[in-house]
Design a protein around this ligand. Structure first.
Ligand SMILES: [Zn+2]
Length: 146
C-alpha cells in the first residue's frame, strides 16, 4: 500500500512546509491541526522526524521517523494513515499489515452557520394607519423629525 515512493519531493524535517506546498487541506484549519497533532503524537512514540515528503502524484504527504526506516505517517485529504495505533484511530486496514486510519474532521462540520437576521416587526400608525417598523417608535410619514 505504501511502498517507498521514489517519485517524491522532499522537505527535510519541515513537514509544515510539505503540508502547505501540498496544499490539499487548504484553509481547512481543523484538519490541518489534527494532521499536525498526529504527526507530533507519532514523534513522541517513534523518535524525531527525519524526513517529510510529498509524493509526485500529490496523493499524500508522508513523514519518516528516526526509529523506523519506513515512512510512518501519511496525510491524505480527509484522513491520516499511520503504522501505529493511536488513541483516535478507529480503523485498521487489512492485508498490508500495520496501518491504522484516523479521519480528519469532515468539512461539512465546519461550515459557518449564517447568523439569523431578526425579522422586522411592524405596527400601525395611530395617525395615518399605515404600517411602520416598530423599532422606529413612531411613523416616519407623520413624524419625519424623529
Ligand atoms: Zn403615520
Amino acid at each position: 500500500m505504501y511502498a517507498d515512493d521514489s517519485e517524491r519531493i522532499e522537505y527535510g524535517v519541515n513537514y509544515e512546509l510539505a503540508l502547505s506546498e501540498w496544499g490539499k487541506l487548504g484553509a481547512d484549519l481543523a484538519s490541518h491541526s489534527k494532521a499536525v497533532e498526529i504527526i507530533k503524537a507519532v514523534e513522541v512514540l517513534m523518535g524525531p522526524i527525519v524526513l517529510a515528503y510529498k509524493v509526485s502524484s500529490g496523493a499524500y504527504v508522508a513523514v519518516k521517523y528516526k526509529t523506523d526506516p519506513r515512512a510512518f505517517v501519511f496525510v491524505h485529504p480527509g484522513f491520516v494513515d499511520h503504522r501505529i495505533h493511536l488513541q483516535d484511530s478507529h480503523e485498521k486496514l487489512g492485508e498490508e499489515g500495520e496501518v491504522w486510519r484516523t479521519n480528519l474532521p469532515a468539512a461539512s462540520n465546519q461550515k459557518i452557520t449564517k447568523s439569523k437576521v431578526a425579522p422586522i416587526v411592524y405596527g400601525n400608525c395611530d395617525n395615518c394607519f399605515q404600517q411602520f417598523p416598530l423599532h422606529q417608535k413612531r411613523c416616519k410619514s407623520c413624524y419625519p423629525d424623529d
